[in-house]
Design a protein around this ligand. Structure first.
Ligand code: GRG
Length: 318
């Protein structure tokens, strides 16, 4: 079995950030905040976070913050809850949450701007039925419920939302197969299951989950190659090593999959020459799959990696 090419992956992640004209950097320009979270958390798990300039990162993050409190994917873009969590997670990685004026910027309404814009603060994004919108345009998705809960939990501000209603909305997205979808009646998908199980874990509500039923659906995601898919009849993808595995760990059913075969699948997706991890063996690598491959290996206790928390998606020491 190949080994994890730690130095090559570190070099690859740093090169993507430096080479701003590369195809990968250009297509990721609008979601650079997510890219920063993926790349920097991967570096931390690999024990190499000290190879980046902290002040540069923090100053760029603060330039992405809007008057409403929310963050955008890059300077000059619109704020969205997706990027707000990544910004908070990266600040947490560097132990720099103190740069945030939490009360003013993240959890309370901004009175100095238009009412609609003030809906961008996290508490203002909770809807009457307990669901969360991603931004002022109102799209609802259980991803946003997880993000709101994770972000507020990191900031010790969960009491600022109606947690009971948030949990009840998530439970309304539970399906007969034990899984969860984006909205009530939406197809079960491993990504949404991570969000719902993660949000339930962070709010102390895992007792609402039928762990055997959901565990069975999740462990059936493992295919012959050892990789995991995100729903029945789909191809395996390294990123599900995170979405499925973290969920299995949170419901205490991770022993229902073949861990050794999954480790081999992830290691087979490495570019052994230039670094980086791809979705499947021999495909092109990217930072997203590199992060979730490394994070999956961390959940599998791969030697030499820092441990990651399955609910916060941050290194345990953070
Ligand atoms: C902090 C880890 C972390 C997450 C933040 C954004 C978010 C919260 C969670 C996203 C969860 C999600 C929906 C993941 C799935 C991503 C993915 C690979 C979607 C692809 O969907 P399809 O239908 O792929 O294109 P399949 O594999 O079903 O064919």
């Amino acid at each position: 079995m190949a080994e994890l090419a730690v130095d090559k992956h570190v070099k690859y992640i740093l090169a993507v950030e430096k080479n701003k004209d590369s195809f990968e950097s250009v297509v990721m320009d609008h979601l650079r905040m997510n890219g920063a979270y993926w790349g920097l958390t991967a570096l931390d798990l690999l024990g190499k976070l000290d190879s980046v300039n902290v002040d540069e990162v923090i100053s760029w993050i603060l330039k992405c913050q809007h008057e409403s409190g929310g963050f955008s994917g890059n300077i000059g873009h619109d704020p969205h809850i997706l990027y707000t969590l990544s910004a908070v997670q990266v600040l947490a990685l560097f132990n720099k949450l103190d740069v945030l004026d939490i009360d003013k910027s993240i959890v309370s309404s901004c009175t100095s701007c238009f009412a609609q814009v003030s809906k961008l603060d996290i508490t203002g994004l909770q809807n009457e039925d307990g669901s969360f919108s991603g931004d002022m345009w109102g799209e609802v998705d259980t991803r946003f419920s997880y993000i709101a809960i994770c972000c507020l939990s990191i900031l010790c501000c969960l009491d600022k939302i109606n947690v009971e209603k948030a949990v009840s909305y998530i439970l309304s997205c539970k399906n007969l197969d034990g899984g969860f979808g984006c909205t009530p009646g939406g197809e079960s998908h491993a990504g949404q299951i991570f969000c719902c199980v993660g949000a339930l874990a962070l709010t102390g509500s895992l007792h609402y989950v039928d762990k055997d039923l959901l565990g069975w659906w999740l462990c059936e995601r493992q295919v012959k190659s050892g990789g995991l898919n995100g729903r029945p009849e789909k191809l395996p993808d390294v990123c599900y090593s995170w979405w499925v595995l973290s969920s299995l760990i949170m419901i205490d059913r991770v022993h229902w999959i073949d861990k050794e075969k999954l480790v081999k699948f992830i290691l087979d997706c490495q570019d052994m020459e230039n670094g980086g991890i791809s979705d499947r063996p021999d495909d092109a690598v990217d930072v997203y799959h590199t992060y979730f491959g490394v994070a999956g290996l961390s959940l599998l206790n791969y030697p030499g990696l820092k441990a990651i928390d399955p609910a916060y998606a941050l290194p345990v020491d953070v």
